[in-house]
Design a protein around this ligand. Sequence first.
Ligand SMILES: Cc1ncc(COP(=O)(O)O)c(C=O)c1O
Length: 408
Amino acid sequence: MILKMRENTQPRQVAGVDQAKFATRARGEADSSLKEVLESFPGVISFAGGLPDEKAFPVDELAKIVQETSRDPAAWQYLPTEGHPALREAIARHMADLGVEAGPENVLITQGSQQGLDLVAKLFVDPGDHVLMEAPGYLGAIGAAQNYEAEIWDVPVGDDGLDLERLREAPGGAKYLYTVSTFHNPTGCSIPLARRPQILEIASAKGFYIVEDGAYRELCFEGRPDPPLKSFDREGRVIYLGSFSKALVPGVRVGWIVAAPQIIRTLALLKQSTDLASNTLGQLFVLRWLETHGLTPPVDLYRQKRDSALNALEREMPAGVSWNRPKGGFFLWIRLPEGLDAAAMLPRARANGVTYVPGAAFRGEKNALRFSFSQVALDEIEPGVRRLARTIEEFIESRKSTKAAAGT
Ligand SMILES: Cc1ncc(COP(=O)(O)O)c(C=O)c1O
């Protein structure tokens, strides 16, 4: 889904298009490598796509609320740039439930959290500024910062989230750190509770902001997730991004930002020149949905899918393959034995009827892959894992025979 520009910034000759007039960052060719990886093939079970399961959308109920909402003439009018006042209040209450002190003045409604990422980059980044990004990490956040010509500094992510030692070594003048603190994309990991305040301490000592992306937070399978970094924030240092895309439906394109009121006011000014305001019908729809249904994502379905994946992995995977056990979200992270390249294995996987996204596509380890259990049908998970396990076994064997033939 993410298209980015290739590194090459030389203007290209494209019939009828004068690329020399484009800004340097928009020149070159769109890189469609991830798009290719996410392509679907008949008969291939896909653990690649990271979208919600459409079959879990309560379409009759959604349609009913859309119909009710759309009868109000106000649904067709502009709204203030900051968002519908009652929705801002509802989000402030939701954040209070997470331990974040916030009033409506702390909330800006956005068109999905992706717009939040763009606005935050627009707020902070001058060309050449450093931004700290998770590696592996969400490409949409990197793309947003790169659009404003940020220099990206990678902070490795392991089983316990961000590597704090590397964070301490980050360049002094970095503008912000981006992190998906809970149910991370692409790894599924969450930052343990004890480390959360430490990240704020490092940010405070080094003087950078934190952009905390809570896109998957509401999809928790076991109890309640740990409080967000924002709940430990006493300095107005954390800018929290939320979304109804995973917790309700992505098509409505409603998300939010929670930050200090001065930041919200500046972001609102920047947003004005982007879209004047977020879509009105979507905001009224979400408001009515929250009033009538609350926020109840289909966590039982996703938990079942995760469990089915974990059970099958346990049964089928050859020795030397490891994976994590995410407590929520859409993804788990599988590591192949050291030295194996998950991207090089992909054609063999497809031939065996299964697909995934190699870790390197997210700037992660070459021997890792993202296994998404959100979209695949429940009864396809076990056969899919079996195909993946067979692919890995074959790949290990083929490497052994290549090495033997080379006499190494
Ligand atoms: C980590 C993360 N953040 C943000 C987004 C953007 O989502 P939306 O704009 O639909 O809220 C996504 C989308 O998949 C995501 O994975």
